[in-house]
Design a protein. Structure first.
Length: 260
């Protein structure tokens, strides 16, 4: 039974000391496929290197809302031309982050580039990986405004209410669930993980961040995903294997190019 890791950042410098050793141990530990997700432009470029080096690593290209300073017409064109590579399976991560950004003018630029990158995904017929933090209302309004229900995608590291999860599920979106679901104080996320359709859940780490219990606070990696699967299984009263199998199939359905 293999795990599909839908959101990792192995380009991060926290992996510099042992990246090769760690990635080489994935397959023997049951991690079948990994999507390395771009955040800034340098991370996008390193994502291309990683997916060339490892057959089981795929890539997503996009600029995170906190890094939109990296976006220009030139870098946008670079993303557009690179995203046609066979192993680029999504545009991401893109979205809104009002937790780290309080300046209304910069927030408005985040919305502009979020829209542009959503339109890019539509144009390229690729799914999106969406980051949304402290921006629940604007994210949903913007997505409804551009008919995001026509663009498949995932709300990664979902942090809003179970009701909001329902809204996204109704739009056809997947919900990315990671280490936070194992935290004792994550009541809303546990409720979401227990009640949304299993066909809509993706497993993710967002590593090196957000290690699940019992490794909370340490550097995260895809090797911790069984703890996440186990928690979701316990919340739903089903077997861990069922969660692993369903989330693998879900990811293959969403990220079509990962199956080719
Ligand atoms: Ni991320």
């Amino acid at each position: 039974m293999l795990i599909f890791e839908s959101h990792a950042h192995y380009d991060d410098r926290q992996f510099d000391p042992d990246r090769e050793e760690l990635l080489s141990s994935m397959e023997e530990n049951g991690i079948g496929k990994i999507i390395n997700v771009g955040s800034d432009l340098a991370a996008c470029k390193r994502t291309l290197d990683l997916m060339r080096q490892y057959p089981f690593v795929f890539g997503a290209l996009g600029i995170h809302p906190s890094d939109i300073g990296d976006l220009s017409e030139e870098s946008y064109e670079w993303i557009k031309s690179s995203a046609v590579l066979p192993k680029i399976v999504a545009i991401g991560e893109i979205g809104l982050d009002y937790y780290w950004e309080k300046d209304p003018e910069v927030q408005s630029r985040q919305r502009y580039w979020f829209c542009r990158q959503m339109e890019l995904a539509r144009e390229l017929a690729l799914p999106v990986i969406i980051h949304s933090r402290d921006a629940a209302e604007d994210t949903l309004t913007l997505m409804k405004g551009i008919h995001a229900e026509q663009i498949p995608g995932v709300i990664h590291c979902f942090s809003y209410s179970p009701e909001m999860a329902e809204e996204y599920v109704k739009m056809g979106y997947y919900i990315g669930i990671g280490g936070v679901v194992t935290f004792k104080n994550s009541r809303k996320l546990k409720e979401t993980a227990a009640h949304i359709p299993l066909e809509r859940i993706l497993l993710e780490t967002d590593c090196p961040y957000l290690s699940p219990e019992p490794n909370r606070g340490k550097r995260n990696s895809s090797l911790n995903l069984p703890y996440v699967a186990k928690e979701i299984a316990a919340l739903r009263g089903i077997a861990e294997e069922e969660v692993i199998k369903a989330t693998y199939e879900n990811a293959m359905r969403l990220f079509i190019k990962a199956g080719k």
